[in-house]
Design a binder for this molecule. Structure first.
Ligand code: UDX
Length: 442
């Protein structure tokens, strides 16, 4: 199959590379000339484990191409995937400008029957609207059929997910188009679910909203565990063993971030609101998450009346491990609060430092390693559970900081281990360990 993927953001690029890997001839189209130049040389513009290797291989084997020319990209493709961004409007709704622009360009250049697959996350009803837009502008006598094929890729494991996901959803009102897209996806070896277009669009939002709900739920249980003297790790394990609940997405922490959950939950609120439905549950999920992102700051304020002039380290900036993405990351919410209080903030992340610099500028100090971030600090906040951070021996905190006070937003350490060291340790949904030195000071 000759496939074009419009948009080389994280979804578009991973999709394009993996479609090439299973044997298609794939052209990735983007308007950014510099980015396209780099990708032609096999340089991946994002941090995504396994992607560069696969990209270089498929370029070398002449299945993967990059272009900034819309005519070349669209004219002779059998199938065109739209994977452009749908950023959030101020009111929380999804901005569809890029999707519409892509649809218009496709209508303009396509000269034969073609299937347009919408990968971008779009509100229910958008695929139908795009079909109508294309019908209005396409050449007469040709068929351009829109199919919805939402993605469920996790950043940091996106390549793995392409080949090992739980399901592929294909939403189409045209049986022939659906079966062609199913055929393309067959080599991935993942169960395919076929639905009508609107149900496919809804599956994407409902899946993300449900996962966000699980996280907010467990975070609330964690907050109650602290107050009643229970341990959230044991509680999460205990409920997760019930097959009806399942063990995943029950890790309590400082809330969800990233490019999907915050945006998609708000967009689903909008979708519901547009049909005059008050989605009370999801509204609470979002509210709980906003509160949870502030948790470490709230806990710090319970211990110190003021953070002014305190030397603090923030370990981990990415919204989760194995990505350089800091969009909607809890780290940014925490750091802003610390800066407002005039704390002296040092930050470290294994891969997200450059992205952080573009947001935080010179308001914080950037450390070269986790260990050097700790040196001479009074307080450390653990925000992202990178292996590199989880593997820091507890003795290192004692060596580098005089009387370590650790606020751990990801429960990286075992409480019994921590107790062996002179450390004050505050985590999520578990009892606090307050070292004698701090008790004396207070
Ligand atoms: C998510 C969905 O998982 C994916 O299917 C969809 O296509 C895009 O959105 P992603 O945002 O990359 O993927 O990351 P994910 O691993 O789902 O984590 C999202 C956030 O939830 C992170 O901030 C993570 O720290 C948090 N999280 C996740 C928890 O706090 N607890 C958990 O148990 C799981």
């Amino acid at each position: 199959m000759k496939i074009t993927v419009a948009g080389t953001g994280y979804v578009g690029l991973v999709t394009g590379v993996c479609l090439a890997e299973i044997g298609n001839k794939v052209t990735c189209y983007d308007i950014d000339e510099q980015k396209v130049q780099k990708m032609r040389q096999g340089i991946v513009p994002i941090y995504e484990p396994g992607l560069e290797e696969l990209m270089k291989k498929n370029i070398a084997e002449e299945r993967l191409f990059f272009t900034t020319d819309a005519k070349t990209a669209y004219e002779s493709a059998d199938v065109i995937y739209i994977a452009v961004g749908t950023p959030e409007n101020e009111d929380g709704s999804a901005n569809l400008t890029y999707v519409e622009e892509a649809a218009l360009a496709i209508s303009h250049y396509v000269k034969k029957d073609t299937i347009v697959v919408i990968k971008s996350t779009v509100p229910v009803g958008t695929n139908d609207r795009i079909q109508a837009l294309i019908n209005e502008h396409k050449l007469p006598g040709i068929e351009i059929t829109v199919v919805s094929n939402p993605e469920f890729l996790r950043e940091g494991s996106a390549v793995y997910d392409m080949f090992h996901g739980d399901r592929i959803v294909i939403g189409a009102n045209d049986e022939r188009a659906a079966s062609i897209i199913a055929e393309i996806n067959k080599p991935f070896g993942i169960p395919i679910i076929q639905t009508d277009i609107r149900s496919a669009e809804m599956i994407k939002y409902a899946a993300n909203a449900f996962l966000a709900t699980k996280i907010s739920f467990i975070n609330e249980i964690a907050n109650i565990c602290e107050k009643v003297g229970a341990n959230i790790d044991d509680v999460a394990y205990g409920i997760g063993q019930d097959k009806r609940i399942g063990p995943h997405f029950l890790k309590a922490g400082i809330g969800y971030g990233g490019s999907c959950f915050p945006k998609d939950t708000k967009a689903l609120m909008q979708i519901a609101g547009n049909v005059h439905y008050q989605f009370d549950l999801l509204e609470s999920v979002i509210k709980v998450n906003n509160k949870q992102q502030l948790l470490l700051y709230t806990k710090a304020k319970e211990i110190f009346s003021s953070l002014r002039g305190k030397r603090v380290a923030v370990l981990g900036l990415a919204f989760k491990p194995n990505t350089d993405d800091i969009r909607e990351a809890a780290s940014l919410v925490l750091i802003q609060k610390l800066l407002n209080e005039q704390a002296e903030v040092t930050v470290y992340d294994p891969v997200a430092m450059e992205n952080a610099k573009s947001v935080l500028g010179d308001s914080v100090r950037y450390a070269r390693s986790a260990i050097s971030a700790l040196a001479g600090q009074e307080v450390v906040f653990i925000v992202t559970e990178w292996d590199e951070i989880k593997d820091i021996p507890l003795s290192t905190y004692v060596d580098e900081m005089k009387e370590p006070i650790i606020f751990d937003g990801r429960n990286c350490y075992d409480l019994k281990e921590v107790e062996k060291y002179p450390i004050t340790y505050i985590s999520v949904g578990r009892r606090n360990i307050i070292h004698a030195s701090l008790v004396e000071k207070r």
